[in-house]
Design a protein around this ligand. Structure first.
Ligand SMILES: *[C@@H]1O[C@H](CO)[C@@H](O)[C@H](O)[C@H]1NC(C)=O
Ligand SMILES: *[C@@H]1O[C@H](CO)[C@@H](O)[C@H](O)[C@H]1NC(C)=O
Length: 453
């Protein structure tokens, strides 16, 4: 390593200046955790649910949540070996001293008498998480800009006799030696040789691919004679957070799903709105000869949010083949457009052919507002030059109450770009920020010009 002493000195210096940057003196903390171990061999699938995972405790404002798959030496594992289909993190309240096992049912509700802590919507079942991404996780910014924060652990919200906990679901597919890596990651049923879904129920007749065909323990077809060791893997996740204080403005998390089949609330009959989210959909290939017309598959949803506010963050979630998704206000103005970054190399964070990041939106606070009941349109585009199964078109938005006092601290564009990089490079960079990157570049260029870190 080139800069042993200089780096240590700079790190110390910067970490001091970093904490004093917080106006309130309330420092941003970073905790890095490992999930329980899961094991994968060539072709195999892990779809694990871990309850009561390690997580920062107390009444906190979560400022970012990043994750990646690592091996037992802590080394990042590339997507072309272990495809990270998704990870999601959900909060819940569990009765203290209760030994009944927590369990996630089909509907996403916990059995036993635990209570789910859902995000603000919109789906009736599923997509209840606070945090969750897939292959794009290494290069997708998740930072919540100042003065906002995602509130967790408020003792006033915990039902009597309960404690707050977190559940992690990790779904990973080992595609080493796979006959069709894309097919395995899209959970194409013909590659998995399964006749029943994860609950033992028969597959619908016209079901050709998606989560029902790649449940925990099944195997995707691997090339004859391919050998690869079974290995131990972990989801390493990094949470940055602050102690909650009065200067922090809480944000609500909404997850819109382009497959949502919904019915408006009916005030005359008192019926509530219903949202049936299918989560996944298929993209049919465009007709032969139509390739030159772009072969874009567009799926859209119009939906209304019951409560409005200031949009402070937005990001789409798509699978390989995605061309981007956009959320529009009523009248057609863009709230946020999120486009994928495809990798171009071999190394973790840049795997060719995979979505390794999604662009994010950080409108300056107050500049993008949604009114309560406003009709929004979500558009999700995919390439249809070949068939895709089990793709997704989700959109996460963070909304703050417009009436909240937002103080003066704002997230500058430079900081946003840096954070995208931070989630790619890992937590030490995130912690010490752009200053460290600049300092390293200076040290390096002061030596013998450009060198790769
Ligand atoms: C598919 O599953 C059946 C029944 O479980 C099994 O007998 C058969 O060998 C499997 N085929 C392949 C190619 O793995
Ligand atoms: C989606 O594709 C259509 C063409 O089919 C294009 O007009 C539109 O701009 C695209 N939207 C996004 C968000 O990429």
């Amino acid at each position: 390593m080139l800069c042993a002493l200089e780096c240590v000195a700079i790190i110390l210096l910067l970490s001091v200046s970093h904490t004093t940057l917080q106006a309130s003196g309330n420092e941003i903390k970073t905790d890095v955790f490992l999930s329980p171990k899961f094991e994968l061999g060539p072709g195999s699938v892990a779809d694990k649910f871990y309850y009561g995972i390690d997580f920062p405790t107390g009444h906190i404002a979560i400022k970012s949540f990043n994750a990646e798959v690592v091996d037992d030496k802590g080394k990042s594992v590339p997507l072309h070996e272990t495809y990270l289909h998704h990870w999601v993190v959900v909060g819940y309240y569990k009765r203290k001293g209760e030994n009944a096992l927590e369990r996630f049912g089909e509907s996403g509700l916990l059995q036993s008498d635990s209570t789910l802590i859902r995000n603000s919507g919109m789906c009736d079942h599923g997509l209840v998480q606070y945090f969750g991404l897939g292959s794009e996780t290494r290069r997708t910014a998740t930072d919540v800009p100042d003065p906002y924060g995602i509130e967790a652990g408020n003792p006033a919200d915990v039902p009597a006799g309960h404690e707050a906990r977190w559940m992690l679901n990790v779904h990973a597919i080992d595609t080493r030696g796979a006959v069709d890596k894309l097919g395995c990651t899209e959970c194409r049923c013909d590659l998995y040789n399964v006749t029943a879904d994860g609950n033992g129920e028969a597959m619908p007749v016209d079901y050709i691919g998606g989560l029902k065909c790649c449940h925990d323990g099944v195997r995707c077809r691997v090339k004859r004679g391919f050998r690869g060791e079974r290995r131990s893997l972990y989801l390493r996740y990094t949470v940055t957070y602050m102690d909650w204080d009065a200067s922090i403005v809480p944000v609500k998390i909404y997850i819109l799903d382009v497959t949502d089949i919904w019915r408006k609330a009916d005030e005359s009959t008192g019926l509530k709105a219903t949202h049936r989210c299918l989560i996944e959909y298929d993209v049919e290939p465009c007709p032969f000869g139509a390739e030159n017309d772009g072969c874009i598959h567009t799926k859209s949803l119009t939906i209304s949010l019951p409560t409005g506010g200031d949009v402070i963050y937005g990001v789409g979630h798509q699978h390989a083949g995605g061309f981007g998704s956009t959320l529009f206000r009523e009248g057609g103005n863009v709230i946020c457009s999120s486009v994928p970054t495809y990798g171009t190399g071999h190394e973790p964070g840049n795997e060719a052919g995979y979505i390794v990041g999604m662009s994010t939106c950080y409108p300056s606070p107050g500049s993008v507002k949604i009114s309560a009941g406003e009709t929004l349109t979500l558009v999700s585009n995919y390439s249809s030059s070949q068939r895709h199964t089990g793709v997704m078109g989700l959109f996460y938005i963070l909304i703050a109450d417009s009436s909240a006092n937002t103080g003066a601290v704002q997230h500058s564009p430079a900081q946003v770009r840096m954070n995208t990089m931070a989630s790619y490079l890992g937590w030490p960079f995130e912690l010490f920020g752009v200053g460290l990157v600049v300092a390293l570049v200076l040290i390096y260029s002061g030596r013998n010009g450009y060198e790769e870190i």
